[in-house]
Design a binder for this molecule. Sequence first.
Ligand code: NAD
Ligand code: MG
Length: 383
Amino acid sequence: MKQIVILGSTGSIGRSTLDVVSVFPDKFSVLGLTAGSNTELLLSQIKKFSPKFVAVPQQGSYEILKKELTGQKIELLCGVDGINAVAALSEADVVISAIVGSAGLLPTLSAIKAGKTVGIANKETLVMAGDIVMSEAKRSGSVLIPVDSEHSAVFQCLGNYEKRSVQKLVLTASGGPFAGRGKNELEKVTPEDALKHPNWSMGRKISIDSATLMNKGLEVIEAHHLFGFPAEKVDVLIHSQSIIHSMVEFVDGTFIAQLSRPDMKAPIAYALSYPDRLESVIPKMDWETLQSLTFRKPDMETFPCLGLAYDALRDGGTMPAVLNAANEVAVQAFLDRGIGFMEIPVIIKKVMDAHAVKPASDLDGIIEADAWARKNAAKEIKS
Ligand code: NAD
Ligand code: MG
């Protein structure tokens, strides 16, 4: 029986993880849950899965939970320190890192420093501090198993191949809800339009990132850190059916691709059960009804966020953290109707242009760059 901790259990990935766990009660038990502000859902998850440890960031939700859980044998913790403690529990076999955004950095690092097997969905952690995360994992012996579908695909395709046999990683992208549209059409799109993803049902932030193609940009940086390839060896292809989740091109001209229906339960289950595979996690592919698999280059002019992410990766140091923070602020402003969709990349670029890159050798420097970028992005939004 594997003991599972889920960081961000009330989110899209967190809920899908609990769906998988509930189908295999003989294989997994829930040791710890952490969540942000959805206390009601967290309470119902606690009732159903009886975790021994629960942590929330805010005092308000902590007080509500304390009252509701009086007399129960649950250790309830509060604040970032509480979440970090649940992330590092000695009894945990697998920690699923599914907090959204930069709030996931410290808890994920806490699990990694404790040498845990970490199913990593929180890509922002790798974008901000990939070098530090990977070297801490090396030091502690922590095993990182990607949950992001593209990286799970690459991980599975790479298998035990030597790095020198690999020509390129090819990350596929659905293209999001606005694929094929021109710049002019995108000026007036609303958050509701942008949240309607054609193939995947996801949290709000990543849904907007998918619409701008920033999600794919963050994934290029994520792939660089997880698999150790430079920017020019990580390509992106638009594949609107989301059946091929990514592929690896080898030096001999052959490719290995990973295919399935688009359902996050597949990579989540793989991370939970690795190196085994669980039975019938998602419905079988219906090959006969599949009309075609299509591929084309991304339109980097209409969707500049992808190019900005490549630039940040090439600049290195603190620039990816700046890209990430400016993006988080701009996406929130778009969701709050403070800026238009096409202003998202404009704001990120302005913040990146104003940033003097420093080496990303310590966490303090990264947190400082993150705070600097947030402040500057907010200033750009106001002006
Ligand atoms: P979501 O918004 O649905 O859920 C986020 C979770 O984090 C929630 O449980 C929320 O309560 C918690 N949270 C938010 N702010 C917090 C804070 N300050 N402190 C503690 N907890 C906090 O997001 P999601 O779509 O599940 O995505 C989670 C992560 O996984 C993101 O990094 C995303 O890029 C990545 N990811 C998601 C998908 C997907 O299909 N949803 C696919 C690939 C990767
Ligand atoms: Mg993905």
